[in-house]
Design a protein around this ligand. Sequence first.
Ligand code: PNS
Length: 188
Amino acid sequence: MKRIKAIYPGSFDPPTNGHLDLIERGSKIFDELVVAILRNPEKDPLFSVADRRKMLEAMTSGFDNVSVDTFEGLTVDYALRVEATTILRGIRAISDYEYELQMALMNRKLQPGLETVFMMPAEKYSYLSSRLVREVAQLGGSIACLVPELVEQKLREKIDVAHKFDNGEPAAGKTPSEGKSKSRKKKS
Ligand code: PNS
């Protein structure tokens, strides 16, 4: 019988309950699902790839057919390398559609054998994005119920370190410049 292996590529900075919802849905329709974190040297993420990987591994440990990996370069090249035939992406609202359609069609142009499958997360996550989670957390708002507890804890740790530096108080094991680099207020 034909087995379907899919990849779910993204930045996951940080992973949210919306991502987890999509992973759960994907795990039910694909035989194998690889959550693939893009290693993008041009971006200045809040969390390192290693941190994001650890968080996603913990979040997905209950799914037998889900694994976590990282990749650099084109998503389609990565998909071919791991012998996946499908790319899973989430669409939360109509505003996501244009960008996702563009990406799916470009990926199809690059690699006609790969299909993109769109799934919708639960409505309660339709407004949720990693960017907003970072922003709300950095400005002191509650992110409970938007991210798993371990992600919330990691975010709080990051923000506490940044605030200590903002107050001129060096955090243990860090130089002031490291602290400043984590105190950005907003990232796209
Ligand atoms: O979570 P994101 O940031 O919306 O994920 C975007 C991602 C990683 C799926 C996209 O930027 C991507 O596929 N990047 C890898 C480079 C690539 O393949 N670019 C061409 C896409 S058409």
